[in-house]
Write a protein of this length. Structure first.
Length: 261
């Protein structure tokens, strides 16, 4: 027989045991199923689009930091038309040609000390337009820099790009003009750095740099900077390679403007 104590334990266990609820016959709501399917499809689509637009690499987009003097460059060049490698109005009666190397320290001197006055006095009023032809005299950094500058030409920012690099120039052939510096230069002048890096090796850029090289050979360029001044449409007269100085450049520009009038 079961003792009274055992009977009490059996009754307590029966009370503590929760009732079993049958799931037989229960179905998920069609509305809930539809929402779940839609969410799965949306997530899958987002993953596919991410792979398509990032090339499946999983890497984030290239970014660059803002370099010093970016505001100075914008003040200097803002509002002046740029088309390809030409700065200034297309109708300007005088053209100044400049052959430059982006890691040339003498070019840096000319671009940061002489060109701001030339731009303000002659280019902004529409008297002179400047045609820049980047070449690679010094070494590998010169080549990568000019290809990046040429890649900026279709965006109307080639001059901004070269100027920000001159204001932040590193030591010759030190590797300073790497992808990181190019990305930062692009960011500093309002360009998409990834676009510049992607287009540096394009056939269009290669063709343009070949044209500049051919022009430098035709003009007998022996160093940078080499500055030429003349009436638009005519062959310019070139100074010897090097920084000719502000007074010599302004005198030549004034003479050319007078002859064009």
């Amino acid at each position: 027989m079961t003792s009274g104590k055992q009977a009490r334990k059996q009754r307590q266990a029966a009370v503590a045991r929760p009732p079993v609820r049958s799931t037989e016959g229960r179905r998920a709501s069609p509305k809930v199923l539809a929402i779940a399917v839609a969410l799965i499809i949306a997530v899958a689509l987002a993953v596919v689009l991410a792979i398509v637009f990032t090339g499946g690499s999983g890497n984030s987009a290239v970014t660059g930091s803002t370099l010093p003097d970016s505001a100075t460059i914008e003040t200097q060049l803002g509002g002046i038309p740029q088309q390809g490698n030409v700065l200034g109005r297309a109708s300007a009666p005088v053209t100044m040609v400049e052959y430059i190397d982006l890691q040339c320290p003498v070019c840096r001197q000319f671009e940061t000390e002489v060109m701001p006055s030339i731009v303000e006095r002659y280019v902004r009023p529409g008297k002179v337009k400047v045609e820049v032809r980047p070449i690679a005299f010094i070494g590998p950094d010169s080549e990568s820099g000019r290809r990046a500058m040429v890649a900026a030409e279709p965006q109307g920012k080639a001059f901004n790009f070269s100027q920000i690099l001159y204001f932040n120039q590193g030591a010759e052939n030190s590797g300073w003009l790497d992808d990181s510096m190019i990305a930062s230069a692009a960011t500093s002048v309002g360009l998409d750095p990834q676009t510049i890096l992607d287009n540096m090796d394009s056939q269009t850029v290669k063709d343009r740099t070949a044209v500049y090289d051919q022009q430098s050979r035709t003009d007998g360029v022996s160093g940078t900077p080499t500055i030429g001044i003349g009436n638009t449409g005519a062959r310019p007269s070139y100074f010897p390679a090097g920084d000719p100085g502000l007074s010599a450049v302004t005198a030549a520009l004034d003479k050319a403007i007078k002859n064009a009038s």
